[in-house]
Design a protein around this ligand. Structure first.
Ligand code: HIS
Length: 403
């Protein structure tokens, strides 16, 4: 029988020292920013009933969720997303609160990764949800907050791609095709698979919607994208969606974000709860998105509380790659004592740490072993607690009365 006792499950990994520090750094910068804008933290369980994710609307395909059963045999999932449990939480416990609600979270999500491309299944995210407002103001707040957060981590080296899913919906709804074909078209647009897309659209001849869908992956860039998109298709609600996105883009330009924000009308994410704005954030040199978000005005209604909402989540690990070399976490002092002075040594460590130093307790009984450990660990000072404190410089092993 094959044993799996020395490996971690597919898509997961252990994180060591510096990686933990970089993670914490990203989380603390972002969450401090969220709090400074009035967002408050919530924590939802890591496991939820399957029905939360898999009921009528089924925003996540069941094959992408980790499942287990509880003691009553009921089907559970390990949360694949934070936004859906927050919709459940708000709808069941917070509808009496003054709206809008500003919530943030910092949690792992788990998504089964079938591609075998080494993508993670366990994704640590921090994000915000602004619930109870359907105005442009709230989308502007959210996109600006995303930009401020990315800039706080990586200066000017980021970009945000913006889309309005309503434009795609207007096009696809104008096409006389079955649900499977529509989903196949969406996937080709998302993956910018031009040959397969034109094959799928060929049966629709010279329909304007089909022509616009074929062009969608190329509707990418700045202001000029709007001109082209209006020209390609403006019926069936498309005009209103483009106007909305255009207004938002103008406001972001006035905020000085013109060079950071890109319009990408081909951004047709899989998470089907988006109803309006969709956006993604990238860092220069990091291939995967570090941030994703958008407006979801129907999700809370599925839980019985018809409230509009918008938000985003940052994937911490790709973001942590850019925060720079963390502090090597070497203690300042190793504190050594003989057995008779153990309590004094413990108190001495406490007094050092109260003064902002990092002091480690030595577990060895003999001085040479302590000095050897300090050298290997890069600790420069060894403090020997006896009737008095003796300070020994580890590099030279010289000090007052060094032996
Ligand atoms: N939950 C989404 C991000 C999001 C937050 N709010 C809205 N969208 C994701 O993981 O991609």
């Amino acid at each position: 029988m094959k044993h799996y006792d020395k490996v971690t499950p597919d898509g997961t990994r252990d994180l060591l020292f510096d990686e933990c520090v970089s993670r914490e750094e990203v989380v603390s910068r972002l969450t401090a920013m969220f709090r400074s804008r009035g967002y408050r933290q919530v924590i939802t369980p890591a496991i939820e009933f399957y029905d939360v994710f898999g009921s009528s609307a089924a925003h996540f395909p069941q094959e992408n969720m980790y499942k287990l059963s509880d003691t009553h045999g009921r089907l559970m999932v390990v949360r694949p997303d934070c936004t859906i449990p927050i919709a459940r939480l708000v709808a069941t416990r917070l509808t009496g609160m003054p709206m809008p609600l500003r919530l943030y979270y910092c949690e792992n999500v788990y998504r089964v990764e079938h591609t075998m491309r080494g993508k993670p299944s366990e994704i640590y995210q921090t994000g915000v949800e602004l619930i109870g407002s359907n105005s442009l103001r709230s989308d502007l707040e959210i996109v600006e907050l995303a930009a401020s957060g990315l800039s706080d981590i990586n200066g000017e080296s980021f970009r945000i791609e913006l889309c309005h899913i309503g434009y795609f919906k207007a096009l696809i709804d104008s096409l006389d095709a079955g649900a499977d074909t529509k989903e196949a078209i969406r996937q080709c647009i998302e993956q910018k698979n031009y040959p397969a897309l034109s094959d799928l659209l060929a049966p629709f001849g010279d329909s304007r919607a089909a022509a616009a869908l074929g062009y969608l992956p190329r509707l990418f860039g700045g202001e000029e994208v709007f001109g082209k998109a209006y020209e390609l298709f403006s019926e069936n609600g498309a005009l209103e969606c483009l106007d909305y996105l255009h207004g938002l883009y103008e406001d972001l330009r006035q905020l000085g974000l013109e060079d950071r924000v890109i319009i990408d009308l081909g951004l047709v994410n899989q998470a089907e709860y988006y109803t309006g704005l969709i956006f993604r954030g990238y860092f220069d040199g990091i291939g995967e998105p570090v941030l994703s978000g958008g407006r979801y005005d129907n999700l809370l209604g599925e839980f019985g509380a018809p409230l509009s909402a918008t938000g985003f989540a940052v994937n911490i690990d790709p973001a942590a790659q850019v925060v720079g070399e963390p502090d090597p976490q070497t203690p300042d002092i190793l504190v050594f004592s003989d057995e008779r002075h153990l309590p004094e040594a413990v108190n001495y460590i406490k007094s050092l740490t109260e003064n902002g130093l990092v002091a480690e307790n030595c577990v060895y009984d003999d001085f040479d072993a302590a000095a050897d450990y300090a050298r290997r660990r890069g600790i420069r000072q060894l403090h020997v607690v006896d009737d008095a404190i003796e300070v020994v410089d580890v590099e030279t092993l010289k000090g007052e009365g060094a032996r």
